[in-house]
Design a protein around this ligand. Sequence first.
Ligand SMILES: Nc1ncnc2c1ncn2[C@@H]1O[C@H](COP(=O)(O)OP(=O)(O)O)[C@@H](O)[C@H]1O
Ligand SMILES: [Mg+2]
Length: 281
Amino acid sequence: MDNIIMMENVKKNFKDSMALKNLTFHVKEGEIFGFLGPSGAGKTTTIKLLTSQLIQTSGEIKVFGKEVYANKKYIFRNVGILSDNSGVYDKLTVGDNLMLYADIYGVPKKNVEEILEKVGMSDTIKKEAIKLSKGMKQRIMIARAVLHKPSLLFLDEPTSALDPGTALEIHKLLRKLNQEGTTIFLTTHNMEEADKLCDRVAFLNSGEIAEIGKPEALKLKYTTEEIKVILRDSDRVIMLKNSPESSVKIKMWMDSGKLISIHSMEPSLEKIFLNLTGRKL
Ligand SMILES: Nc1ncnc2c1ncn2[C@@H]1O[C@H](COP(=O)(O)OP(=O)(O)O)[C@@H](O)[C@H]1O
Ligand SMILES: [Mg+2]
């Protein structure tokens, strides 16, 4: 199967608001797909629709080639979910936190040890969850989400409450899960995170997709083709067009030893989002 997730012309209205206006996108098997947008854009609503926790107002949603809402049980058994309000039971040990879910999912207890090993937390199995750091708790929550070995994992803002160093550890873990074959759909409002981690990203703004593609391709598409030059003994930054005239100048500065650095001005995802939507994240 090529497209593991498919949304076509999906709308979602709540009583007084239109949360999703018209979403169409696909996620391929094996991808890390980033769903990016500011608060209120509709990210959580999209995950809930994809995991049969909500039903769309109109449009078509398929996961594993099956219509989601009509196959609730199947979907639930075969996807992993880390929601934006997932929590561990502080009073239970790490092991018991996971055992509880092993029971619910009907998976063998040996999965617990296996998963703890995978997330690098084997030595905490007897530890009370309250004694874990935020990053460790997040690892346990991810472990819990993949206890039944789903091939598709949904993560709603997996690093939003973490400091940058801890977020990097979680990225490493997600890459590892992805390399072992898990397709990952994650939401974030952190563009830098998306750039580093995701094979493709979609920009969501007010319930609509503003742009979608590989981070590198988007940066090329929206590049300004300007070159930034910094010269010795000058506090001025020089901006040049990408042109033959500029190359003559650059060569001259290089030959005379004046040149300190040259940068191509590839825009960040953050900047592209701002230009497309007029909104910051
Ligand atoms: N259960 C609900 N009832 C009414 N409005 C909702 C509900 N859930 C979300 N919304 C609205 O839908 C929009 C998108 O919300 P959400 O999907 O949570 O955004 P995000 O996760 O991107 O921050 C927001 O305007 C929000 O207020
Ligand atoms: Mg949300």
